[in-house]
Ligand binder design. Structure first.
Ligand code: CDP
Length: 231
């Protein structure tokens, strides 16, 4: 059977990566977390002093993009590929609220997007890929056979992200997480280059009141219908 490309876009903390991993594992496809790549670039900028509190030297980051190598390595225990920055596993470090507070500013930079989109297209060129992000169905894979657009209320999303961060041992408040979710929604939707938008042919899924199993079943149904249409 031919392998399709599944593009999953949507607002922050809509559970895109959770369902993308489930679908990829079920189909034996590759899962690519494009947000992790923007997070890794942000983490690099923080580590190299280009980002500090209330300070962001975007030119210095752009000048250093050539020194950034991002890769993924499958971790069989976790069942998904972890992200590496210059050959160092940064899967945990990129998930902090501190990184989240800067990532959308980094993701606005066209040079950053150009570099990462090129790599994303390369990773998915054989098909058989599930990729989640903000511009996957619109820019990275405009010809993806199945495009999903995930939404949920900002309060629901902030609650989910708050629980995740607390479970990871971070000291954060719900209010700070909600503020971050809303700020990122604003920047991601309003930036000039590749803003977050629902592709015309994407199917919208509001999972505010959906359990994980129900969401998985619904999306697998859409996958089966899409696969049947392939020759
Ligand atoms: O997991 P979460 O919903 O918090 O976000 P993410 O997927 O890790 O993405 C982090 C940030 O990277 C987003 O808020 C965007 O600013 C940026 N991003 C993007 O611009 N384009 C993508 N394809 C993926 C992420």
């Amino acid at each position: 059977m031919s392998k399709i490309t599944i593009a999953i876009d949507g607002f922050s903390s809509t559970g895109k990566s959770t369902v993308a991993k489930q679908i990829a594992n079920h189909l034996g496809y590759v899962y690519v977390d494009s947000g992790a790549m923007y997070r890794a670039v942000t983490f690099y900028a923080m580590q190299n002093g280009f980002i500090k509190e209330n300070y962001f030297n975007a030119e210095a980051l752009v000048a250093n993009l050539k020194n950034i190598t991002i890769s993924f390595k499958f971790n069989p225990q976790l069942g998904f590929a972890e992200v590496y920055l210059n050959n160092r596993n940064v899967e945990n470090e990129i998930r902090t609220l501190e990184v989240s507070n800067f990532v959308s500013k980094v993701a606005e930079i066209s040079e950053v997007r150009q570099k990462l989109v090129e790599q994303q297209q390369h990773l998915g060129k054989q098909g058989g890929v599930v990729m989640d992000g903000r511009d996957i169905g619109t820019v990275v894979f405009p010809h993806a056979e199945l495009k999903l657009f995930m939404t949920a209320s900002s309060e629901t999303r902030a609650k989910r992200r708050y629980s995740e961060l607390i479970a990871r041992g971070e000291t954060v408040t719900y209010e700070a997480v909600l503020k971050n979710v809303q700020e990122r929604d604003y920047i991601d939707t309003n930036r000039e280059d590749s803003p977050l938008a629902k592709a015309e042919d994407a199917i919208e899924i509001d999972n505010s009141h959906m359990g994980l199993q129900e969401q998985f079943d619904k999306i697998m149904q859409l996958v089966k219908v899409t696969l049947k249409k392939q020759v």
